[in-house]
Design a protein around this ligand. Structure first.
Ligand code: HEC
Length: 111
């Protein structure tokens, strides 16, 4: 299972920049591709408008980490005091344990 997730996530390594546009609502460039990738890679745990295994991600770009009041975040993320920008999202998704050790997101995008 882990191997399969790893293999399917490999295609994403160079594509992480595509996520910027979907988080910055309405930007047309690369949005379609990013949306499709998002639904395939992240959609199992995240939705834009409701909490699932992970918190809702609408407007996450520029938002303080762990700020969806209805979602039960890990303590480490709640106390991380970071605001999501392109650089931190990139690091947070490729090296989640480096950015916020012991966080609850059991997923990473290999570089
Ligand atoms: C296996 C389930 C899972 C997958 C797959 C997953 N996430 Fe998450 N995500 C989580 C969980 C759980 C959290 C909350 C982490 C915590 O509380 O420490 C989270 C948190 C986040 C956050 C921080 C949100 C906030 O409000 O601070 C971002 C950003 C994020 N995920 C983006 C993504 C993206 C983009 C993808 C796809 C590349 C993805 N996630 C795939 C489960 C997942």
């Amino acid at each position: 299972m882990r191997g399969r997730v790893f293999a399917s996530a490999l295609g994403l390594a160079g594509a992480i920049v595509c996520f910027g546009p979907i988080f910055a609502a309405g930007a047309p460039q690369g949005a379609t591709h990013g949306k499709e990738l998002f639904e395939r890679r992240c959609g199992g745990c995240h939705s834009m408008d409701r909490d699932k295994t992970g918190p809702r991600l609408k407007n996450v770009y520029g938002r303080a980490a762990a700020s969806v009041s209805t979602f039960n975040y890990s303590d480490v993320l709640k106390t991380a005091h970071i605001t999501w920008n392109a650089k931190l999202l990139d690091l947070g998704l490729t090296e989640p344990d480096e950015l916020v050790p012991e966080n609850d997101m059991a997923f990473r995008v290999p570089r």
